[in-house]
Design a protein around this ligand. Structure first.
Ligand code: ADP
Length: 508
């Protein structure tokens, strides 16, 4: 019969119409409806009545709208009639409303014909996807179950048409975007932004961008989308977008499914950070062991080496020199062991502070007095050692032993990293704090390493510094001690110009 040929001459259409009317009474295969020019049903066949369940009086004389479903937008219905008005066949899969309120999904073809009096008529052929009438009820039931499943799914689910207009959104989607009571059907994301809290606007606009990307890629896409909520927090959705195309390749539907993965993403981030930290601490441990064996072996070798040089023939001057070197290296060993002991106390939370009234001027002077000897021993005669104290006495209730340990550490570092210029200790009162500042004109510290040097086992790692030795403990211990004293330890430095370390102690 050539039912689906696109354009027909009027006479041919008339003979087709006669054939069709005959056919429709015999046919068991298709459901058929004939509409007049104003889209009113003027004829249906028995198959239609059987499949869609309408009594004849329930459909004849009724407008096409009685068959509309909530799945399609007004513009979709509009496209049916505009295609027909051009004299073309409209062919599509769609949901039509059956009598008992369920919907039937059909292959739907409708085309214009003329009756004997040359009046325009529209003949629709409906082919339900499942034609076995025994299971129609099951299909309807399955459909309802499906709708329930989609609606109650905790993931957000949204169907859009080819132009981004919402066709359906499940409860989770409605609740997430505060669209309760909003007639969202036929509206785009940009339209909907105006119907809900302004905080969602950015997410809606971003969503349109990722929708477009998905359309252009022509394949299922997946990615995280951030949704800013009205309370200022943010959630992360793991979003799938599934584009569906018409046979001619034009855009038909976009299915959007999003799962809230906020807590999972946070856990993943924590895990990643923990992994990086674990790797870093592994690396530091190995570096520490290497440094420590070097730091232990070097002075020990010196002690053993110079001790073995002393015999009956060694003169008194040499013995004095050797014993000075032995003494020096033994003291370095002792310092290292004391540092390790302090680290273990700090790590186990057992470091004790014992506060008394102490004179800071006396403490600073004691440190100052030790170092000229060290400067001589290290042969750093180009380094001036200065003391800036304007007080006679400066009493503070604190742990004098630990304060002295911190200043000694700072001065020892200054001495280690300074070849010429000066090292100074300054004692000053600033508001409710006492500052003890150790300044040097040494190699300085790169700005990005300033925070890092206060961490345990950390050193500024560049080849040229290795020659200075050290286990990377002094500043970490000093920082911990200054915290325990209720104070603070700060560092300022400029590479190749010098450094300034300030121990701040509270007066109260
Ligand atoms: P170390 O035993 O390695 O000196 P510290 O914890 O005392 O351990 O210092 C850590 C690192 O900080 C040093 O290795 C060095 O790179 C840097 N540093 C500390 N003080 C100074 C300073 N006065 N001048 C330059 N660099 C310094």
């Amino acid at each position: 019969m050539g039912l689906f040929n696109k354009k027909k001459e009027p006479e041919k259409r008339e003979s087709e119409f006669n054939e069709i009317v005959k056919f429709h009474n015999l046919s068991n295969g298709f459901s058929m409806i004939i509409f007049d020019g104003s889209k009113t049903v003027i004829e249906v066949n028995n198959e239609f009545l059987k499949v869609f369940g309408y009594p004849i009086e329930g459909i004849k004389g009724k407008h096409f709208d009685i068959l509309k479903s909530t799945f399609h937008t007004e513009s979709f219905y509009h496209s049916i009639w505009s295609t027909l008005e051009k004299g073309e066949v409209f062919s599509e899969f769609l949901n039509l409303k059956a009598f008992k309120s369920n919907f039937i999904y059909c292959r739907f073809k409708i085309f214009p014909i003329h009756d004997k009096s040359n009046n325009i008529r529209y003949l629709a052929l409906l082919d339900p996807i499942e034609t076995n009438s025994n299971i129609d009820e099951n299909i309807g039931n399955s459909y309802n179950l499906l709708l329930e499943a989609v609606n109650n799914n905790p993931d957000i689910i949204c169907f859009k048409d080819g132009e981004g207009r919402w066709l359906f959104a499940n409860q989770a989607d409605i609740i997430l975007f505060h669209l309760e009571g909003v007639d969202y059907k036929g509206k785009t994301d940009a339209d909907l932004a105006a119907f809900t809290h302004p905080m969602y606007k950015e997410s809606f606009l971003n969503c349109m961008v990722t929708d477009e990307k998905c359309w252009q890629k022509k394949e299922i896409s997946r990615g995280d989308e951030m949704i800013k909520l009205p309370n200022g927090s943010q959630i992360t959705l793991d979003v799938y977008k599934i584009p569906v195309f018409h046979e001619n390749g034009s855009r038909k539907n976009l299915i959007v499914i999003g799962r809230d993965v906020t807590s999972r993403r946070e856990a993943e981030k924590d895990l990643k950070e923990a992994k990086i930290k674990a790797e870093e601490s592994d690396r530091l441990k190995s570096a520490f062991l290497a440094t420590m064996s070097h730091e232990l072996r070097t002075p020990l070798n010196a002690v053993m080496g110079f001790a073995s040089l002393i015999n009956d023939e060694t003169n008194l001057n040499e013995i004095h020199d050797f014993s000075r070197i032995i003494n020096n290296n033994a003291r370095m060993l002792l310092n290292l062991i004391e540092d390790l002991f302090d680290v273990s106390l700090i790590e186990s939370g057992q470091m004790q502070i014992s506060k008394q009234d102490v004179d800071l001027v006396r403490i600073v002077k004691e440190v100052y007095e030790i170092f000229p000897v060290e400067i001589n021993l290290l042969d750093k005669l180009d380094v001036k050692f200065l003391l800036n104290i304007s007080h006679e006495k400066l009493m503070l209730h604190t742990d004098g032993f630990r304060v002295k340990q911190i200043i000694t550490n700072l001065v020892r570092n200054a001495l280690k990293f300074t070849e010429k210029g000066h090292i100074s200790i300054t004692l000053s009162e600033e508001k409710d704090m006492i500052h003890i500042t150790v300044e040097d004109t040494g190699i300085g510290i790169p700005e990005d390493k300033l925070a890092l040097i206060f961490e345990m086992f950390r050193q500024v790692e560049d080849g040229s510094r290795r020659r200075y030795g050290g286990a990377g403990l002094g500043l970490a211990i000093s920082k911990n001690l200054s915290d325990l004293l209720g104070g603070n330890l700060l560092a300022h430095s400029e590479l190749n110009k010098g450094s300034q370390f300030i121990l701040q102690l509270p007066i109260q």
